[in-house]
Design a protein around this ligand. Structure first.
Ligand code: ADE
Ligand code: MN
Length: 576
């Protein structure tokens, strides 16, 4: 009561605000104007726009003022950094709020993983909201470290930082009205439900929307985007490290539909966050592609706030949180200062706050595999014609190709003159001994192997190599360090990035993770001759995700995503 009365007195000019940002060019996300004036701030709230004198004053020197940026869909784990370190990377770029989907760590650690993300993001100057993972495991065609049902999720659905259900990847299950999915949708009634249903259309799309799914971030064509806008879905335009859809989709944004469009990163690696940026990069790219700067700012602020029901965020107006970004101009969108709830938290691309690591003791030691032998890696082929996964440059998609491969006594034989590598997925949560075996073309690796415990979304242990000795050595290394990425060559480990949190995240500062990854990328390209059109670690991470076509490999075998079924490696044994 008192606080409200005080805010009214300050707004009315009867009392001086604690802080006034003077002389700014304020982007008004409601009227679409740029209005010159001061911003009166009291505590965590904006209380007035106009001409004010404050106890403390900061002169903005006529710079532009935007609301803090809001990422509508991001997996913190994909940055390989903890939430605290992730905040250090993105706040200097102007992001003050994220809607996170912790399905990566949930696939490894179940509810403990979600608790960790909520707990470790509580005391940082970044608002971290969470969508409860709806699909753990993503599909029935893989073994994850947990299975989450509605009754598991229910204890968190009314948490004030939980905004609803995360990406509904099991779109066939939604369309069939499967009981498990219905349970989760009813549990989330009144909250937001995120989609992941790029390939559906027509009546199936109606079924998906009427089920309560209100957003889509997996569009890769303008047609998919328009189809979904027409049915009332919000469109999240994604620019991440894995998938880069902005330049394609932005063409379909116009002044009539832009208020239903927002930005997201989905999965972004540390080097991209630190070098390219976060939503400041999306905004810059959109403006370069012809979008009006004010519209681009609306997409990064008020649109996301309205999409997720965040009524106190997304605008520079009385009563809104004082989440404020000061920009040098509306062309390069260089972020000069960032305020979070009225406090200066970043300046000239530097975080002005320190972070202490939260307790992660319940989400480590997560690699639990049955020892793998050379015998386990033998690929039986009755003919020499195989179903091979052909990698496409800068894409999560693989192409199914049928190729003649070398064999010996009925088993696959490495051929140094052919670019056909062995891909192995080892179940790593319950030591079941499950192993998926596949063949990959266009990765180009020579004399070595790369292993990783990042393998969306079940995050089993995935390895690619051109000889079994290095494959076995790499498996042993990532298992020994409790999860991570390693490069083995000629019987030696060249480098390992340790990811002790769930086998997904490092405890190191984000700058160190970036430096280690850059060194490993260099080793992959220089020492092992990996295809420079492929980002090896991100590509490897998505080769196990059976919701993106054509062929993917899980611990249960080679999966034909288009026909939604397992197939044999020997192409003569499987009808297409
Ligand atoms: N992390 C992720 N999980 C599921 N689907 C995805 N598509 C892109 N990134 C993804
Ligand atoms: Mn996602």
């Amino acid at each position: 009561m008192y606080e409200l009365k005080r805010r009214i007195d300050i707004a009315a000019g009867r009392l001086r605000p604690s802080l006034v940002l003077k002389n700014g060019k304020i982007v008004n996300v409601f009227s679409g104007e740029i209005i010159e004036g001061d911003i009166a701030i009291e505590g965590e709230k904006i209380v007035g726009i106009g001409n004010y004198e404050g106890v403390e004053e900061i002169d903005l020197g006529g710079k532009y003022v935007s609301p803090g940026f809001i990422d509508g869909h991001v997996h913190i784990e994909s940055s390989m950094a903890t939430p605290e370190q992730f905040a250090r990377a993105i706040i200097p770029r102007g992001t003050t709020t994220i809607v996170a989907d912790p399905h990566e760590i949930a696939n490894v650690c179940g509810m403990e993983g979600i608790d960790y993300i909520l707990e470790s993001s509580k005391n940082i100057p970044l608002s971290v909201y969470v969508m409860l993972p709806s699909c753990v495991p993503a599909t029935p065609f893989e073994n994850a470290g947990a299975i989450l049902k509605a009754e598991d999720l229910r204890r968190l659905i009314n948490d004030e930082r939980v905004l609803g259900l995360g990406e509904l990847m099991d779109y066939p299950g939604v369309i069939k009205g499967e009981e498990d999915i219905i349970d989760k949708l009813i549990m989330a009634e009144g909250k937001t439900v995120d989609g992941h249903g790029p390939v559906i259309e027509g009546k199936d799309l109606n079924a998906y929307v009427v089920a309560g799914i209100k957003t889509e971030h997996e569009c890769s064509t303008p047609e998919e985007m328009i189809d979904r806008l027409r049915l009332g879905m919000y469109i999240l335009i994604r620019e991440g490290s894995a998938a880069r859809n902005l330049k394609t989709l932005i063409k379909a944004v116009n002044k009539e539909n832009m208020r239903r469009c927002l930005f997201c990163a989905d999965d972004k690696h540390p080097e991209d966050l630190l070098l390219k940026g976060h939503l400041d990069y999306n905004i810059r790219l959109a403006v370069e592609e012809g979008i009006n700067p004010i519209s681009a700012i609306q997409m990064a602020t008020i649109n996301a706030a309205e999409c997720y029901g965040l009524k106190h965020l997304g605008a520079i107006a009385p009563g809104y949180d004082a989440d404020i970004v000061i920009l040098d101009d509306l062309k390069n969108f260089k972020v000069a200062k960032v305020f979070k709830r009225g406090k200066l938290v970043a300046q000239d691309n530097k975080a002005l706050f320190s972070v202490t690591m939260g307790d992660y003791s319940k989400v480590t030691d997560t690699v639990n595999i049955k020892p793998v032998t050379e015998e386990d890696l033998r690929i039986k082929l009755e003919s020499d014609t195989a179903n091979v996964m052909r990698l496409l440059p800068h894409s999560l998609v693989t192409k199914r190709i049928i190729e003649k491969v070398s064999t010996e006594e009925g088993f696959f034989k490495y051929n140094k003159d052919r670019d056909i590598l062995k891909l192995v997925v080892v179940e790593r949560h319950k030591a079941t001994g499950n192993i998926g075996l596949g063949l990959v073309e266009n990765f180009h690796l020579k004399k070595g192997a790369i292993a990783s415990t990042i393998a969306h979304d079940s995050h089993n242990l995935i390895v690619i190599g051109d000889n079994d000795q290095d494959i076995l050595l790499a498996i042993e290394e990532v298992s020994k360090v409790g999860g991570g990425i390693t490069i083995a060559s000629n019987g030696k480990i060249l480098k390992t990035l340790k990811l002790p949190i769930a086998g997904l995240m490092s405890t190191e500062p984000v700058e160190n993770i970036k430096a280690d990854l850059e060194e490993m990328l260099n080793i992959a390209y220089e020492n092992l001759g990996v295809n420079r059109e492929i980002e090896p670690f991100m590509t490897l991470a998505f080769l196990a995700l059976p919701v993106i076509p054509d062929l993917k490999l899980t611990d249960m075998g080679l999966f034909d995503v288009k026909n939604f079924k397992f197939i044999e490696l020997d192409a003569t044994k499987d009808s297409i």
